[in-house]
Design a protein around this ligand. Structure first.
Ligand SMILES: [Zn+2]
Length: 210
């Protein structure tokens, strides 16, 4: 299995279990120190000089989000050293706009973060224990890696283990989707949800809540 850059870093540190993915330790191994404090104009940032950097992450968010933001900044430190990048909430984990292969700095940092938090060389073997892909499977993997369900679901699609697709809908239309590479291109999600879909009921019910 060929490893991505993020996975190569984890591998070089001898990490082969989800609970061992200590992002502060990973950052430290790359010369970056991590600080947590409320930030006003952004969600996370990195200030580097030479081979040293300080990553600051707003710690008022959900733990999975804080973790993703930290991994995103480590991605900038790895790929965009020497460039000034301030990462607002809209820039981090922007699943609607970032697809694999996208080359904008934010998309590259997001993909790096996904691979650092959910490395395929640990995720794929773990998925063998789950014959069916459903929300329970996604939640179990997300919990093991301290990741969000959305980030986990996308990585599971990228793992190409299941013939599956994740589709995100707004009330009016489809926002984005990801499918496993093994899903034929002729399978394409519709722009709107079917009126019989259970998802539509969930979406409308949630939207109507005060
Ligand atoms: Zn960023």
């Amino acid at each position: 299995m060929s490893l991505s850059r993020a996975e190569g870093i984890l591998g070089s540190l001898g990490i082969d279990r989800p609970e061992d993915i200590d992002l502060e330790m990973v950052a430290w191994s790359l010369g970056a120190k991590v600080k947590y404090r409320p930030l006003c104009s952004c969600e996370a940032r990195i200030c580097g000089h030479g081979d040293k950097a300080i990553i600051t992450v707003d710690d008022r968010k959900m733990p999975q989000r804080v973790r993703f933001s930290l991994a995103h900044e480590i991605g900038h430190w790895t790929h965009h050293r020497g460039r000034l990048l301030i990462c607002r909430s809209d820039d981090i984990g922007k699943f609607a706009g970032s697809i694999r292969g996208a080359t904008s700095p934010e998309a590259v940092a997001d993909q790096f973060a996904s691979e650092l938090i959910l490395p395929s060389y640990i995720v794929k073997p773990m998925l063998k224990a789950y014959k069916t892909l459903n929300l329970k499977t996604i939640q179990a993997v997300a919990s093991a890696f301290s990741a969000s369900r959305t980030a986990t679901a996308i990585r599971i699609m990228q793992s190409n283990v299941y013939h599956a697709m994740i589709v995100c809908h707004g009330v009016d239309k489809r926002r984005w989707f990801r499918s496993a590479a093994c899903v034929p291109d002729r399978w394409f999600p519709k722009d709107t949800l079917d009126s019989e879909s259970y998802s539509l009921e969930v979406l409308v019910t949630k939207t109507e809540q005060p």
